[in-house]
Design a protein around this ligand. Structure first.
Ligand code: FES
Length: 375
């Protein structure tokens, strides 16, 4: 059994759409169907260009060219059963958005982010998928809602003088209320509640980002430590350890700590340089940190973090290719040129029983660009 089509209320948008007033009856400021141009004007064959040429206003041209409003009342065309089915479809999309938000938040907090672990590969794609579900669910639900259940109205509104009269404001307020009624929200509980749940849950999306801001808070020296530790051998990129005698005087080697994922850690790359012991002019304890003319510095520039790998053996200068900061390798990597504000941190080294270079601990100060909590 089908329900008789919904009868439009007099004066509503639906009413106007199903029984549009003839153009010659329309009147009043702001009425989209009002035309200031008499019918005879068009019969004379005036084009828009002609009207403009004769000094008639933009408003007249617009009104002359505006199409007659057309409308399609989908409420009236649907049986109760079909309307319910459409409502369920839209509601399920809104609920899908809710699931997306829940998945996003749970993934962010439950999955441990650890570089190099297998699940780390899926972390970002999972977040992206859940966010797409959340935003896509709300978007698709809104589109389907508009296409299946809302009134389809095409309207043209002429530009008019600034400021509205009291009657216009009252009419606008009435039209807005009628528009809300036309969405069906007040009477369709399922739709309204699912929209509130789905769209409301979007407010939770930024939470993980806010939470992330505090992730490193109170983690002692999180930014001040690297992969280097006491006893860690100095290894090359290919994992082989560096032995005393492997490097000639004037030579350099990029080294990493022999710890898990040591060659992948962004904070640990260093440069092992060999010069004659008498050439080293290190201050205080730092002299002890070198070993028979071998000295190790962090190779992360203290300006903006570029790799400092260019070594000139005659002058013992180390160059950063990004902004030309220059460090004196024989004098504790002090800055002699460029924007870097402090020396490259030095790593204390020695040699183990088998003759391989080992670290005596971590860098004594944070590596890389300066930051405000260094002290
Ligand atoms: S990053 Fe090295 S000088 Fe700017």
């Amino acid at each position: 059994m089908t329900t008789p089509p919904h009868q439009p209320e007099p004066g509503s948008i639906r009413d106007r759409l199903s029984s549009p007033r003839p153009t010659d009856q329309a009147s009043g400021p702001g009425d989209s169907r009002t035309s200031d141009v008499p019918e005879s004007s068009f019969q004379n064959g005036d084009s828009a260009g002609d009207l403009a040429a004769h000094g008639r206003g933009h408003k007249q041209i617009h009104a002359a060219m505006a199409p007659e409003p057309v409308g399609l009342d989908r409420h009236a065309m649907l049986s109760d059963r079909d309307a319910k089915a459409a409502e369920r479809k839209v509601a399920s999309l809104f609920l899908l958005a809710l699931l997306g938000v829940i998945g996003f938040v749970v993934t962010f907090f439950a999955v441990e982010q650890e570089f190099g672990k297998p699940w780390n590969t899926w972390f970002t794609p999972l977040l992206g998928t859940f966010m797409a579900l959340a935003l896509g669910g709300i978007g698709a639900g809104a589109v389907l809602w508009a296409k299946l259940l809302m009134v389809d109205e095409e309207a043209v509104q002429d530009r008019h003088d600034f400021g509205s009269s009291a009657e216009e404001r009252a009419a606008t307020s009435k039209a807005l209320k009628q528009g809300l009624a036309d969405t069906g929200l007040p009477r369709r509980k399922l739709l309204r509640n699912s929209l509130l749940l789905g769209a409301g849950s979007l407010a939770l999306l930024p939470l993980p980002f806010v939470g992330f801001l505090g992730r490193f808070q109170n983690k002692e020296r999180e930014l001040a430590t690297t992969g280097w530790e006491k006893g860690a051998r100095l290894i090359r990129q290919n994992g082989t350890p560096v032995k005393l005698g492997d490097i000639q005087v004037g030579g350099v080697e990029s080294v990493f700590p022999d710890v898990e994922e040591g060659t992948l850690r962004a904070d640990s790359p260093a440069l092992l340089i060999r010069m004659r012991p008498e050439e080293l002019q290190l201050a205080g304890d730092k002299q002890e940190w070198a070993y028979q003319g071998h000295v190790v510095y962090s190779s992360i520039c203290t300006h903006l973090g570029c790799p400092v790998k260019l070594y000139e053996q005659q002058t013992h200068n180390l160059f950063c290719p990004c902004h030309q900061s220059t460090f004196k390798a024989d004098q504790g990597a002090k800055v002699i040129f460029g924007p870097a504000a402090r020396p490259l941190p030095q790593l204390a080294i020695s040699v183990d029983d088998e003759g391989y270079f080992i670290a005596e601990g971590d860098f004594s100060e944070p590596v890389g660009p300066s930051y405000w909590e260094r002290g």
